[in-house]
Design a protein around this ligand. Structure first.
Ligand code: PEP
Ligand code: MN
Length: 348
C-alpha cells in the first residue's frame, strides 16, 4: 500500500502517518519526491483497510500496490532515481554513463593503461573484477585486495570512478572500502544474504540479471536491497541462458524497455557478456542505447588474446573509442537531451 501525501503536507503530517503504520506492526518507508512525498507500507501480510490512513491530515490518497516489488516500482515512485557520486557524476534519469575496463584486474600496467584509454574515450567509470566468481575453481580467481588497491590507484590517477564485483558477505566490507559501486554478479542475483548485506551499505549497488532470471525476479532481488535500506540500486541486463549456443548468452533488449517502464531505478546494459564475442559488442551496445539504457558496462583489454578472463568478448581500446563516437552520434539523433529522455522512454 502507498500513502500519497498532498504537496502541502508538513513533516508532522508525514510523521503521524509513519507512526500509525508502525502502531499496526508494519514498516513505513518514506519516499520524498520532487512532486510529492509518498509513504510505502511493507511487511503487511494482507490488505489494510484504506480508511486507516485516508482520514489523516495531509493525506491525498491511498493506493494499493499490486506488484510484489513495491519500493522499486514506478507505481510507488514515478520519477527516475538519480544516484549522485562525490565527484558530481549523476547516474539515472537523462544522464548516460559508460563503465569500461578489463573483466579482471590483472596487473598494474594493464589496468592503468586501460584506464587512461577508456577515460580518453569518454568513460566515467573503470570496471575490473578483483574477486572473480569463476565457473571453474582452477581458473584465475582475481587479485583480491591487491586488485582493489590497483583500482583505487587508477581512480586516483585518472579521476574515473570504480565499479568492482563483491562475491560474498565476508569480503563485502573490504570491497566497499575501495569501490564507488558494488557490483553483484549474475551468479549472485538471488544470494539473499548478500543482497540484504549490500542493502545495509551506504554505497550504490549494481545488480546484474541472473542467467536464468525473469525480469520480475530481477526486480524482486532489487527489492531486497532497497527494503534493507539502500535506495541506490542500478540494474543491469547482461543476457540470459536460452537454447541458443552461437552466442554466450541471449541479450534481452526488450528487458531494457520493460525495466524502464516498470522501475525508477537506473538501467544499464552489458553487451560484452550479452553476446560473448567482441565483434558483436558494438551492435548490442548501440541497440541497448536505442532501447533506453542509461549506461553501458563494457569489457576493454589492450591485449585480449592474453587476458586472464573474457578475452574473446573484450574490445581493444581503438574499437572502444569508435563505439563511443557512435553512441554519442546515436544519442544526438535520438534527441536524448536531458529534458526529454525520461518522458520519451516512458511514453513510448
Ligand atoms: C563480469 O562483469 O565480469 C561478470 C562476471 O559478469 P556477470 O556476473 O554478468 O557474469
Ligand atoms: Mn567478464
Amino acid at each position: 500500500m502507498l500513502i500519497v501525501m498532498k504537496p502541502t503536507a508538513v513533516d508532522s503530517d508525514i510523521r503521524t502517518v509513519e507512526e500509525r503504520v508502525e502502531q499496526l506492526g508494519f514498516f513505513a518507508k518514506t519516499l520524498p519526491g520532487a512532486q510529492r512525498t509518498a509513504i510505502a507500507i511493507t511487511g503487511n501480510p494482507g490488505p489494510i483497510p484504506s480508511d486507516y490512513f485516508a482520514c489523516l491530515k495531509g493525506v491525498k490518497e491511498v493506493v494499493r500496490v499490486s506488484s510484489p516489488y513495491k519500493l522499486v516500482s514506478r507505481e510507488v515512485m514515478p520519477e527516475d532515481t538519480i544516484i549522485k557520486f562525490a565527484n558530481g557524476v549523476r547516474l539515472g534519469g537523462s544522464n548516460f554513463h559508460v563503465m569500461a575496463g578489463p573483466c579482471s584486474v590483472e596487473n598494474r600496467e594493464l589496468l592503468l593503461s586501460t584506464a587512461r584509454h577508456v577515460k580518453a574515450a569518454g568513460a566515467t567509470f573503470l570496471r575490473g573484477g578483483a574477486f572473480k566468481p569463476r565457473t571453474s575453481p582452477y581458473a584465475f580467481q582475481g587479485l583480491k585486495e591487491e586488485g582493489l588497491k590497483l583500482l583505487a590507484e587508477a581512480r586516483e590517477e585518472t579521476g574515473l570512478l570504480i565499479i568492482t564485483e563483491v562475491k560474498d558477505t565476508e569480503t563485502l566490507p573490504l570491497v566497499a572500502q575501495y569501490t564507488d559501486i558494488l557490483q553483484i554478479g549474475a551468479r549472485n542475483m538471488q544470494n539473499f544474504s548478500l543482497l540484504e548485506a549490500a542493502g545495509r551499505q551506504d554505497k550504490p549497488v549494481m545488480l546484474k540479471r541472473g542467467m536464468s532470471a525473469t525480469i520480475k525476479e530481477l526486480l524482486m532481488a532489487a527489492e531486497y536491497i532497497v527494503n534493507a535500506g539502500n535506495n541506490q540500486v542500478i540494474l543491469c541486463e547482461r543476457g540470459i541462458r536460452t537454447f541458443e549456443t552461437m552466442t554466450r548468452n541471449t541479450f534481452d533488449v526488450g528487458a531494457i524497455h520493460m525495466l524502464r517502464r516498470l522501475t525508477h531505478l537506473p538501467i544499464l546494459a552489458d553487451p560484452s557478456h550479452g553476446i560473448g564475442v567482441w565483434h558483436g559488442v558494438p551492435a548490442l551496445a548501440r541497440a541497448a542505447v536505442v532501447a533506453g539504457a542509461q549506461g553501458l558496462i563494457i569489457e576493454v583489454h589492450p591485449r585480449p588474446a592474453d587476458a586472464l578472463s573474457d578475452g574473446p568478448q573484450s574490445l581493444k581500446p581503438k574499437k572502444f573509442e569508435q563505439l563511443m563516437e557512435q553512441i554519442r552520434a546515436i544519442r544526438v539523433v535520438l534527441n536524448r537531451t536531458p529534458e526529454r529522455v525520461a518522458g520519451e522512454t516512458l511514453d513510448a
